[in-house]
Write a protein that binds this ligand. Structure first.
Ligand code: TXA
Ligand code: MG
Length: 331
């Protein structure tokens, strides 16, 4: 596995010879781990079924759950999905950014059936992370990319996380440091002119509702585990090895503590290790730290991680969604 470290604060990375290596690998059907503003993605050419099969193999995904296809622009997205007024509004407001739109797939789109799990719809995203956009633009095709972790494990927000899970399956990892958002994209399905929230994520429900002009229904676990899955199958996800106890107001002996806000829980001194998601109670900061903090606490070998209550508003909806899955009984 090759590693290419880049500094996004300068434009020099765009002309680095390693960028051409990455594109060549993607063209020849290899897997490349690519950073986005949300999490690192395990990317392959979405029109190459063999390359997409490698994604499922590398992740150990139990089923052919459809993949998000990343493109460089709204114009590119239009080649693959059918946009109605609602989809146009959401794309104009939130792309590039952490929003995925599930739209009816165009018959002429070359995205392979495996990438979309044979569904009539396609999940499209224009990330604000510039590396994924540049790669998609240079290969001239959409890039299918789920989060670059072993299925069911914590999503990767830095290159080290990707390498820990997938080194032997990767041609190249592009290391651009920590992801700014730290939670996956919000997934919205648009059909018949209506939007449905399938997965809370980096764009807040309230922001979507402001643009749409109506309230979105609560995410049902069936919807967030998404259509093709057996209901409840993915309810355990993002699972650390340790148990996870939510809404803790007191620390039990032997527990590590994932803290939030300025006021600690009772018996905070009992914690075997403490990481604060945000001492000031800032949800954006907490989102960006969540997955790294879970990994770090898990690595201490503690039996259980207790988590202080986190408000369910704004990004807190997605944070609580991920934590519930991390705490769910394991299959
Ligand atoms: O931020 C993100 O979204 C990251 C980065 C890499 O872009 N990707 C990501 O992908 O989280 P993944 O594979 O871990 O999650 C994709 C979700 C799955 O739950 C899948 O079932 C859903 O998107 N999905 C994909 N296509 C769909 C479709 N046509 N209808 C409904 N759900 C779909
Ligand atoms: Mg994932």
């Amino acid at each position: 596995m090759e590693r290419w470290t880049i500094d996004l604060s300068t434009e020099a990375w765009r002309s680095d010879p390693a960028a051409k290596r990455a594109v060549d690998m993607l063209r020849s059907g290899d897997l490349v781990a690519i950073p986005t503003e949300t999490v690192y993605g395990l990317a392959a050419d979405a029109t190459n079924a063999l390359a997409c099969a490698r994604i499922f193999e590398a992740k150990g995904r139990p089923q052919f759950n459809p993949l998000i296809c990343h493109v460089e622009s709204v114009e590119a997205a239009r080649l693959h999905g059918r946009f109605d007024n609602t989809a146009n509004k959401l794309a104009a407001a939130f792309w590039p950014g952490p929003l995925t739109l599930v739209l009816p797939k165009r018959a002429e789109s070359p995205i392979c059936d495996l990438a979309i799990a044979g569904l009539p719809s396609v999940a499209l995203r224009v990330p604000s992370g510039p590396v994924m956009r540049l790669m998609a633009q240079r290969i001239g095709r959409p890039l299918a990319a789920p989060s670059a972790n072993i299925s069911g494990r914590i999503s990767p927000t830095q290159a080290e996380d990707v390498i820990a899970d997938l080194a032997s399956d990767l041609g190249l990892v592009i290391d651009a440091g920590a992801c700014a958002v730290g939670l996956e994209s919000t997934i919205v399905a648009v059909s018949g002119g209506r939007a449905r929230l399938l997965r809370p994520g980096g764009i807040e429900r309230e922001e979507l509702e402001t643009v749409l002009g109506y309230r979105l229904d609560p995410v049902t676990s069936e919807a967030s585990d998404t259509v093709p899955e057996a209901p409840g199958m993915l309810s355990s996800h993002y699972a650390p090895r340790a148990g996870v106890r939510l809404n803790a107001t007191s620390v039990n002996p032997g527990e590590a503590l994932l803290a939030f806000g300025p006021i600690g829980p009772d018996h905070a001194d009992r914690a075997t290790k403490t990481i604060s998601l945000s001492a000031t109670g800032d949800l954006r900061e907490a989102a960006a730290r969540l997955f790294t903090a879970l990994r770090e606490l898990d690595q201490t070998g503690c039996a259980s991680i207790c988590v202080q209550p986190i408000p369910a508003t704004g990004l807190g909806e997605a944070i609580n969604d991920r934590l519930r899955r991390a705490a769910a009984p394991r299959a």
